[in-house]
Write a protein that binds this ligand. Structure first.
Ligand code: ACO
Length: 428
């Protein structure tokens, strides 16, 4: 059977054969379907890209019906238990797990790019005492482009790699500085003796002690959360990274744009909403009435449930749920976990959630861990951004190497007025 699609245009009676490759038709092939010689040709209309593949990608595989997530072919469950965030970063960027020497080199490169230019402190000092850390992070990431003007040369592979390791090294520093600014605390310089996540905890929480010793459970939890958030194929912020990067702007500016997309409540803000919801529910007794409201009132949703792609248990949520118990054992239990577990149990037995295939997503349990680590809610999207930085960069690199890609520029269906003559202000 030929891999083609035969389409008859009922406007003209003409029949066309379109190639089907990897389960898709090439949208440009539609352009040959025309009603007349001067017709522009048929286009596909797809607001929010619900059914359009914008690229070919070899980085992340998701099967939403089965609840499967792979990075470069490796199941997320295996990576979360056996790998580290830096190793996963290498995997996402390079396509293969590193050899021991490549891993050591990569670790060295990233840790030696953790310092930021001292002027960054002055930049942060310009923000109000209560500035949202995500706003500060977006601004300081964008500002990095002014410190590294050579980053504009995005056609040079070696130069791109330098900016990639700089960003992986510096984003946690900027994130921690934003947090310290909020708290009125002095900024803490990176400690290169610590792991990636251990150093981040150091930059967040070090007070007057000579050397900060991270709690191993907190360090591991953070590392696993970074792994779980590292990439998720063509989501809103990644599409922003690719779209902005397609103009060949430097990666700092493109990454600031991706980070801005993540700031939105529909993307990086749901874990905060889960914690607020669990606080509002308050006790297990209130769960049934809340679930009832979530089913009946279209304005109330069970936050942390449901996903555009996953119509099964989000594999990341499974890992995070187990991780939560490890963290609570080490740092003390977050009482909201009992409400969350009971809420999950009741929802998963309810016909409404079963029929609509609504399962816990990555955000359902992650906020509880962040809370146990002592982080305020407005830092949750910042933590998401640290992990996702590597995914944004891997996708950016892949986009720049792809000969099929060009500047991102969708079409539109014009719905405005037809041509009309300008009327001077005095005559209106
Ligand atoms: N609680 C109650 N009902 C829900 C929920 C929920 N959490 N999620 C979806 N539904 C219902 C909708 O009301 C809708 O019902 P209808 O068909 O009777 O109108 C149906 O399920 C389908 O929902 P849509 O919103 O059309 O599904 P979509 O794929 O567009 O949305 C989304 C997915 C936004 C994640 C949605 O499930 C939601 O709002 N969940 C809560 C917020 C959340 O947890 N977001 C984090 C997502 S993960 C991430 O971004 C990292």
């Amino acid at each position: 059977m030929a891999d083609t699609l035969t389409v008859t245009d009922n406007r003209t009676g003409k029949t066309y054969e379109l190639a089907v490759t990897d389960g898709t038709i090439n949208a440009m092939d539609l352009r040959k379907i025309r009603v007349s010689d001067d017709d522009f040709g048929l286009m596909a209309y797809d607001p929010a890209y619900k059914n359009t593949a914008s690229c070919r990608s070899a980085i992340t595989y998701i099967d939403g019906d089965q609840g499967i997530l792979h990075y470069r072919g490796y199941p997320i469950e295996q990576l979360a238990v056996q790998s580290s965030f830096l190793e996963c970063s290498y995997l996402l960027l390079k396509g293969e797990l590193p050899s021991p020497s490549a891993m050591a080199r990569f670790r060295h490169e990233v840790t030696h790019h953790t310092l930021v230019h001292e002027n960054t402190r002055e930049l942060l000092d310009g923000f109000r005492y209560d500035a949202h850390p995500m706003g500060m992070l977006i601004s300081t990431i964008a500002a990095l482009s002014t410190f590294y003007p050579e980053a504009q040369n995005v056609t040079n592979e070696e130069n791109r790699w330098l900016q990639i390791v700089r960003l992986i090294g510096k984003v946690p520093t900027l994130a921690a500085y934003a947090y310290r600014h909020r708290r009125g605390l002095p900024y803490v310089y990176p400690d290169n003796e610590l792991s990636y996540s251990g150093n981040f905890l150091n930059m967040l929480f070090k007070m007057t002690e000579r050397t900060y010793v991270p709690n191993p459970a907190a360090e591991r939890a953070l590392d696993v959360l970074f792994i779980l958030h590292a990439d998720h194929e063509q989501n809103c912020s990644t599409s922003a990274m690719r779209g902005v990067g397609s103009s060949r702007v430097d990666p700092y500016s493109a990454l600031a744009a991706a980070c801005a997309a993540l700031y939105g409540p529909l993307h990086g803000g749901a874990n905060e909403a889960v914690v607020r919801m669990l606080n509002e529910i308050g006790t297990k007794d209130n769960i049934p009435s809340f679930v009832k409201r979530a089913k009946e009132d279209k304005n109330v949703r069970l936050m942390g449930f449901g996903h555009r792609v996953y119509k099964n248990y989000d594999p990341r949520a499974k890992v995070i749920k187990e991780l939560a118990y490890d963290v609570f054992e080490a740092l003390g239990k977050n009482p909201l976990i009992d409400i969350a577990v009971e809420l999950e149990r009741i929802a998963l037995e309810d016909d409404y959630f079963i029929q609509k295939k609504l399962y816990p997503n990555v955000d359902f349990y992650s906020g509880l861990i962040y809370q146990a680590l002592g982080l305020p809610m407005d830092m949750y999207p910042v933590l998401f951004a640290i992990g996702r930085t590597v995914g944004w960069l891997a996708q950016w690199e892949e986009m720049l190497r792809d000969p099929e890609q060009a500047i991102s520029r969708p079409r539109q269906i014009y719905t405005g007025p037809a041509i009309r003559d300008y009327v001077p202000l005095s005559e209106r």
